[in-house]
Every structure is written in C-alpha cells, then in structure tokens.
Design a protein around this ligand. Structure first.
Ligand code: BG6
Length: 489
C-alpha cells in the first residue's frame, strides 16, 4: 500500500492543457495520485486552453493520452473513470481581454474552501499576461498559487521581466518555479544520503574527492519541439536549470533544516560561487555538439539540422568543466555533460575519490573509489571499493561494487514520476523543491556569461553521430586533465 501525506482539497487550473507536458506528465501524474487515494473528493482539475473543446471532449483527450503515457496505470477502470469526473475544461485565450475569461470563472465558481493553483504550462512569453488577467478577473485570490514551468525566459533580462511581472500579482512564497529534476527520487535521495549518514559528510570535500561527473544523456531527439529548441539549445534547455540544480545538491553545505529557505539559501551560495567561464577559457573548458544522422537502437535517426529544416548552429550536446570557488570544492572540477540522441538514456552523478596516498599493494592495484548515483533508468546507488580477491595465490586487489539497487532493496514500490511529488508539494504549499527567484537569477548570470563567451570566442558545435556518445572533443575535455568519463558498458 502506497504511503502518502494527505493534502487539502484543491482547484488546479492547467493553462496549456492540450499541450505535450500536460498530457504526457501532468494528467498521468494526477491520475496516479488519485488512484493512490491522495486527491480529496472535492478537488477539481480544470484544463484551460484555446481549443474549442468541451469538458467531454477534453476528458476523452486525457483518457486517450493515459493509454499512451501511463499504460498500465489503471488496474481499476472504474476508478480511472471516476478520476475523469474531477476533470473539467474551460476555453480561454490567454491573450484575450479579461471580459472573455467567463468560462474559467464559471469553472472555478463555488470552490471557496479549495486551495487554488494556476499551473502555467505555456510558452513563457504568456506568463506575465496570464498573471495580469488573473488579477483583473479577480481569479487570483490572496492565497492562490502560481506554478511556472521552465524555461523562465531565455536569459537574465527576460527572466527578470517575467519574475517582475508575475511578482506584481503573486508574491514569492506563492510562486512555484518547477525544475522537475528536483522531484526525482534519486535527487532527493542525494540529500538523505549526504545528511542522514554520518559516514558520508566527513569525506565529502576536496580532501578526498578528486572530481565529480554529472551526465544526463537522452536517446530522444527534439521530438516536435524543434522550433522552441532551436532558439534554446542544450545550455538553456538542460544546463541552466536541471544540471546546475544537480550540481547544487552535490555541492551545498548542510542546510540547518529541511525548511524551503534553508535549502534554497545553500543552493544559492553554490551558484554564486560558480566560476564564470569567459571567452579565453571557453574552448578549453567547454564542448558544444550537434547530432548528425545516425542509428538509435538500430534504426536510422535523422540529423538535427534536417529536423529543424535548415542549417543551424544550436548545440544539442554540451560538456563543461565547471568549478566551484569555495573552501570545500576549490580544485575539484565538476564535469557536466548532457546531450540528445546519445546511444542510451542514462542520468547519473559520479563522485570520483582520490587515489590512496601510498600504493602499498603495488602501483595500479585496484582503482580509486567511486560513488555512483543513478537517476535513470534503474535508480540506485553503487559504491565501488577495492577488496581482496578471495582465495590463495597471492594478494590480489579487486574492485567491486556495494550495490544498492532500489528496485531490489525496495521491491514492490512504484517509483512516482517527479511531477507527482511536485504537484502534491504545491498543494501542500511546500516550496523546498522549487527554485527561488534569486537562484534563477544566479543560474542565468552564469549561463549568460558562457553564452557570451561562446559567441566571442566563436565556439561552434562539433558534429556527432546520433547513437554515439557525443563528440570526441568531450572525451578530450577530461583527457587533458588525465581523467575519463565513467561510461559503463
Ligand atoms: C526538459 C527538457 O526540461 O527535460 C527536455 O526541456 C528534456 O528537452 C527533459 O528532454 C528531460 O527530462 P527527463 O525527466 O526525461 O530526464
């Protein structure tokens, strides 16, 4: 039986309800929470979009997308049908004047006691307009909350404009900026591993750690999002948010509590200590890549430029040697790498420890310790240690893993999608796993500096075949430092 903390009844309005994120992630996540009994009966979920649908047609759309994105979710068809009774539709053009928002007003009528949430799963260019309309229509009540999907802008200036505009209607403690990586199980487990075990924290510094690697490799390409993606690229799409958040959780000092601001303040300190990469270092410390045609799972995959339909210099891969200038991490590089159309989907964090100071078992015996946190697929933690190979015949050192595979250790527990956890945290009003405005600013400052450095130094993407491990220059980035990416077979 799944365990959960009850949440109060809520009205959740999803703007952009007919879009990919909404149908692929939000509704399936809500369905799972419903099936586990977490969503109170008085709750309503209102899809809001421009399409001329009615509630019945929208319910059908949600039902069909469930078959596609959450197959197997419904052992109990009656319960799934019951979930759809909570789903409604309101036709709203976000750019239309307040007088035309009647459908949403009607849908929200009689929900006085419910927690009210507006989830903006739309283009960021609509965020400020929607917030304004919610104010004009008085749908934004003093306790209602707003949720902003990434990307929040495309640079510091545009993200400030959005945060200022939305902030005029919703104050900071009612603004939930989603980075869904923070809702992933292993990512939260990183905090538990670090701060619930006495064993780990004393060795978590430059004294024992040689370097850190963070890899987020995707098999997928741009999947019909070429128009957005081509203006964005991997740095804005993955590094400015997800990768930097992962880096923060590895690097942060112990927060005083699990209180939202205690955690977010520590993350901000890491972001502020991230060394900017300027034009003179851009070529040595970063690699940009773009996929060309290749094979994914034995099937031909087109080149990125063909998917976009024109020659383009947008990066679909990036590798970076990042440095955190504080006492704990000085001299410990954080190598970040993310790419689309890589041979296999794999996200993991590798903490590579230093070698022993004296090789008393002979040079090259064993290998430096490694702690590998696997985010996806197959969540788990592995600690690579050196052991004596059993049996006679001399003293041979063998490297073996202490393997905590979550599926085996906690078998039978379904791993919730990151959005399930985050959606319920919003209803509860828990901001710990959401980005504070100053964090977003700091992350953009660093990313903007790198984008400017690329421009100034003329750093262009190197081509790599779809299905490969990224451009060869990525291996050279570590090779120059006498290191290598951890790429298990
Ligand atoms: C999104 C990016 O934020 O994260 C996508 O915009 C990317 O381009 C996705 O594919 C990856 O998320 P996950 O959870 O599948 O690793």
């Amino acid at each position: 039986m799944a365990e959960f903390i009850p949440v109060p009844p809520f009205d959740l309005v999803v703007f952009g309800a007919t879009g990919d994120l909404s149908l692929r992630k939000l509704f399936p996540s809500l369905l799972h929470r419903y099936l586990d009994g977490q969503i109170p009966a008085q709750s309503r979920i209102i899809g809001a979009a421009r399409s001329g649908l009615d509630t019945e047609a929208f319910r059908q759309m949600v039902h069909e997308s469930r078959g596609k994105f959450a197959p197997g979710a419904c052992v109990d068809e009656a319960k799934c049908a019951e979930f759809l009774n909570h789903v409604h539709y309101a036709r709203v053009d976000a750019t239309s004047p307040a007088g035309e928002w009647g459908a949403l007003k009607d849908a929200l009528a009689d929900g006085n006691g419910n927690v009210r949430i507006f989830y903006l799963s739309t283009a960021p260019s609509l965020f400020v307009t929607i917030a304004q309309r919610l104010q004009e229509t008085e749908l934004a009540t003093p306790n209602s909350r707003i949720v902003l999907e990434k990307p929040i802008g495309r640079d510091l200036a545009s993200s400030r404009e959005i945060n200022d505009g939305v902030g005029r209607v919703f104050d900071e403690h009612r603004t939930f900026r989603i980075d869904h990586y923070l809702g992933k199980e292993t990512v939260q487990n990183l905090l538990v591993l670090r701060f619930a075990n006495m064993l780990i924290e004393p060795i978590w510094s430059r004294a024992t750690i040689d370097h850190v690697q963070i890899t987020v490799a995707e098999e997928l390409g741009v999947e019909g999002r070429a128009e957005y993606y081509d203006k964005s690229g991997a740095l804005r799409d993955m590094v400015q948010n997800h990768m930097l958040q992962l880096l923060c959780l590895v690097a942060l000092e112990s927060p005083n509590s699990m209180d939202a601001d205690a955690i977010r303040t520590e993350k901000l300190k890491v972001l502020s200590a991230l060394r900017r990469i300027d034009a003179k270092d851009a070529a040595a410390k970063t690699v940009r890549g773009q996929y060309k045609a290749g094979l994914i799972g034995g099937k031909p995959a087109p080149a990125y430029a063909d998917e976009v339909g024109k020659p383009t210099k947008t990066e679909t891969f990036v590798a970076i040697k990042a440095e955190v200038d504080n006492w704990r991490w000085a001299g410990v590089p954080f190598y970040l790498r993310t790419g689309k159309r890589i041979g296999a989907r794999r996200s993991e964090i590798v903490i590579q420890f230093k070698d022993t100071p004296v090789p008393i078992f002979g040079a090259g015996a064993g290998a430096p310790n490694k702690l590998v946190l696997r985010l996806q697929p197959a969540e788990g933690v592995k600690l690579w240690l050196n052991m004596k190979e059993p049996g006679p015949g001399g003293l041979r050192v063998k490297t073996a893993a202490l393997d905590l595979s979550f599926a085996e250790e906690f078998g039978g527990v379904r791993y919730p999608d990151a959005y399930e956890r985050l959606l319920m945290d919003i209803v509860r009003g828990n901001l710990a796993l959401f980005m504070r405005r100053d964090e977003v600013d700091a992350a953009w400052m660093w990313a903007d500096a790198l984008l400017a450095a690329w421009e100034q130094a003329g750093v262009e993407p190197n081509l790599y075949a779809a299905g490969s491990n990224g451009p060869t220059q990525s291996a050279l980035l570590l090779d120059r430092d006498g290191r290598a990416w951890w790429d298990p077979e």
